[in-house]
Design a binder for this molecule. Structure first.
Ligand code: SF4
Length: 255
């Protein structure tokens, strides 16, 4: 028996207070999101996982619940596909599998993706072994932007940037294949949220720079690396900054 009530999910989805697709180009940092009340994804998660037992991801109830959601999602997908006459194909042929593998390889080897992945590793390397130092500084710092918050920002986006850059690259390769060149595209949206994450990470690194004297210039090198990545993403996706994310970006009526 499925745990999730499909009708309730449909009812929730029809609620006008939610902004359609707001969660598609956000940074998934719900704790810090100013739009939780307008987000279906957030409300649904709150309802489903609000009891302490289900919040524990190690708890069996959590995984059962997740499995229930998956089943319901498949059912809704099938219903939607039937309604709109869409054929849900399975990737069965060897050609399809080879095609997906080739695309995966193309995304992995793309310069932007390798650079973004390199950034994730740089962050990991830089932080390892410095925990004690940070603890001492964080205890001493009482005013201004907290070091802990800056670290939190960098850690939040450490892998997020790479994931979004890869999604953007994959999307643009697919668009190229299909001869699609419309704006806005999903790859522009993904590139935009990656750029926002890069901007915020640069700012957070600058905060860290104020707190520590890093004799090996690791922080400055990190900022420079991130800034090059930012420029490369902007060059590859020149329209990304103009992408309007539902619920987050104002539409400029003077354009
Ligand atoms: S829009 Fe906000 S609340 Fe919704 S998933 Fe994204 S970060 Fe979380």
């Amino acid at each position: 028996m499925s745990i999730v009530d499909k009708d309730r999910l449909k009812k929730l989805a029809a609620d006008e207070r939610f902004i359609a697709g707001i969660y598609n180009y956000c940074d998934r940092w719900c704790e810090r999101c100013p739009q939780t009340s307008r987000c279906l994804n957030f409300s649904f998660s709150e309802e489903e996982f609000s009891d302490p037992e289900a919040q524990d991801i190690r708890n069996k109830a959590f995984w059962d619940k997740l499995s229930g959601i998956f089943e319901e999602a498949l059912e809704l997908l099938k219903e939607g596909a039937e309604k709109w006459g869409i054929e849900l194909e399975m990737l069965e042929s060897t050609d399809d599998i080879e095609h997906v593998k080739a695309k995966d390889a193309a995304v992995e080897s793309h310069l932007l993706c390798r650079a973004a992945k390199g950034y994730s590793k740089r962050v990991e390397d830089w932080f390892s072994g410095r925990e004690t130092l940070f603890f001492e500084i964080a205890t001493a710092a009482k005013e201004g932007v907290s070091l802990e918050e800056a670290i939190e920002v960098i850690r939040w986006y450490q892998y997020f940037i790479c994931a979004k850059v890869m999604r953007a690259v994959r999307g643009s390769l697919e668009d190229e294949e299909e001869g699609y060149d419309e704006f806005p595209s999903d790859s522009d949206g993904s590139a935009k949220i990656a750029l926002i994450a890069i901007d915020r990470s640069i700012a957070a690194w600058a905060v860290i720079q104020c707190y520590i004297t890093d004799s090996d210039k690791g922080v400055v090198d990190g900022i420079a690396f991130l800034d090059s990545l930012r420029q490369a993403v902007e060059e590859t996706f020149p329209r990304a900054r103009s992408f309007i994310r539902p619920g987050f970006d104002e539409i400029d009526l003077n354009r």
